[in-house]
Design a protein around this ligand. Sequence first.
Ligand code: RIB
Length: 291
Amino acid sequence: MKKICIIGSLHWDIVVNTNKIPKKDETASGSKVHYLFGGKGGNQALSSNRYGSDTYFIGRIGKDNFGKKILKTLKKSTIDIKQLQVGSEKSGMSVAVIDKKGNYKATIVSGANLSIDYKKITLKKNTGILLLQNEISEKINLIAAKKAKEINCEVWINAAPARKINPKLLELIDVIIINKVEAEFYKKSLFQNKFNKITKVITLGSKGLEVQFPDGDHKKIQAFKVKVKSTHGAGDAFIGAMASYKLRGNNFISCLNYGQAAAALHISSTIKQRNKILEKDILDLIIKNKT
Ligand code: RIB
């Protein structure tokens, strides 16, 4: 079976539950704090690995305590981390606040993620999908995408957070996954005729998603209705699961549905329960929804 390569960010996340997300100049009282493994790259790697894909990860951490915690989580998975770089920089981290409805705001400090050494990146010949995000430097994304094309590997990007994308990189992308806010940002650049060969997936939270295919076909897919506990990392759960299902030869629409089910289970589970979600739970939810 082909492998999935994820090159991206690793963060140690500090996630605070609060009754109210503070406004400007306001201090709000939080009710709980969670210290979690994170970073879009890391989260997507865990998700793709959890749902059965042979996943290898390339990224960078520091030698500090956050780096040690990130490493411990990666080591508990079966992700191949032989190309994980360790530097003298501070490890990446994020701070997020989440209110009772699951609304979420966050800030990241990239640290070591921005010092990935491109000379140490090797894409294995049997890689089927290279998955990138925007939390590392664009130079790395471009170099990696070029290497991917040399071995006939698809390039997927979760272009988050939104930032201007080099047209040279856009030309190498097969699939882009963005949310509603990011789609607004990319409206002018991405949706031009020139980039029609990119499959665009726009996630819409509880409203599901829209997909636009290179042949002009487009579809809207409904989200699964679940009680939300927290939306933190939901997009990453979706992308990792979807890429994993695609790698196993499934058609794109069923992969989107599979990813949506994985995200639904993720947002309706507690942090402890999330680590125990299995492929069987995803398939059960899909069947339940059809009947
Ligand atoms: O998508 C969620 C992730 O974004 C968090 O884990 C946080 O670290 C940020 O990178």
